[in-house]
Design a binder for this molecule. Structure first.
Ligand code: DAH
Length: 335
């Protein structure tokens, strides 16, 4: 083929292709034009390109250069037409569409009420100077019992009241039954002053009913320093209760017993006209301070453990703890 004829057919092809892309009224027509001109198998550009093999060698560089130019021009023409049609679609759908408005993220779901509660508790306690600490949910006996001054024959260790794990390589392990374990873990690695909370899951083999579930959450608090007293404990819990429940809440201590505190109390909040129990608390037992290498003659501390589900349920008016864990979206959508 003579070079002139080759160049001529390229020029015609370019003009026809650009004309077809420009004229395409919709995406389907544009795609048909693309296949006609740029189709990988039988496209017209491909068939013109085949002529390159028959061009005399001396003219090949010129022919190849022009071939590339035309291919790029046709491709750009196609890209422009694609853009034009995309714009057209938006204008057709909604003439008031304003692409300069800030994007609104789609509302795909919401946070679980317990997650929301935990976030709020962390905020409130953070404002009171308590930082959040974590500990493992699979624990050993030292952290769940021994260091917390729970003797070897104490009923709290009963296999019927704990999820012991088998096959843990000689060390007896269990799913932690209380977040008090985190008190020990923090004090083991840190010197006083300590002011922390731990928020997480605990496990007990209870049959599920409106107020029990084999897994629930606790908020543990611990403050250790020189001269910490029960008045600090009561003040901290009162400030917490006012913030979380949103009114002037009275706090009542009832004498109780926990191996890791002396004295120990049950904590009640007066809210909506009656006293309700939210957890336990007390002054950290000297044996616990000794177990982590603190000197009980120098420092003292208070600790508390509150039920997160109870706080969440009171706040949102939920009456059956099982509703929190059934994952019925009709329930969860209300929060
Ligand atoms: N760990 C206790 C429980 O699960 C709650 C508790 C009571 C935590 C007194 C404390 C405390 O830190 O001082 O029943």
């Amino acid at each position: 083929m003579a070079i002139d004829a080759f160049l001529q057919s390229l020029t015609e092809l370019e003009a026809e292709a650009l004309g077809a892309f420009d004229a395409a009224p919709d995406a389907a027509a544009l795609e048909a034009a693309r296949i006609e001109f740029l189709g990988a198998k039988n496209g017209r550009f491909k068939s013109v390109q085949k002529g390159l093999g028959t061009i005399p060698p001396a003219d090949k560089p010129l022919a190849g250069k022009r071939l590339n130019e035309v291919r790029d021009a046709i491709q750009s023409g196609f890209d422009r037409a694609t853009e034009r049609l995309a714009r057209g679609v938006i204008e057709e759908v909604d003439p008031t569409f304003d692409p300069t408005l800030p994007a609104a993220p789609p509302r795909l779901g919401r946070r679980h009420p317990i997650t929301q509660t935990i976030g709020e508790l962390v905020d409130i306690m953070g404002r009171l100077g308590f930082s959040l600490e974590e500990g493992p949910e699979i624990e050993d006996e030292r952290h769940n019992f021994d260091a917390l001054n729970i003797p070897a024959d104490h009923p709290a260790r009963d296999p019927l009241d704990n999820f012991y794990l088998s096959g843990s390589g000689g060390v007896l392990r269990l799913l932690r039954s209380q977040t008090s374990t985190v008190q020990i873990r923090v004090m083991e690695r840190r010197q006083p002053p300590v002011r922390i909370i731990a928020l997480g899951r605990v496990y007990r083999p209870d049959t599920a009913d409106p107020t029990h579930y084999p897994m629930f959450h606790q908020m543990e608090g611990l403050m250790v320093d020189r001269g910490v007293t029960m008045a600090d404990l009561k003040r901290t819990l009162a400030l917490f209760a006012d913030s979380y429940l949103g009114t002037d809440v009275d706090v009542r201590f009832r004498p109780s017993f926990f191996p890791f505190t002396e004295p120990s109390v049950e904590v009640d909040f007066f809210w909506n006209g009656r006293w309700m129990e939210f957890g336990g608390a007390g002054m950290v037992d000297p044996n616990v301070l000794r177990a982590v290498g603190y000197d009980p003659d120098v420092v003292s501390g208070f600790a508390f453990g509150l039920g997160v589900e109870r706080l969440c349920m009171r706040r949102f008016g939920v009456t059956d703890i099982r509703d929190l864990y059934t994952n019925d979206v009709r329930f969860l959508r209300q929060f």
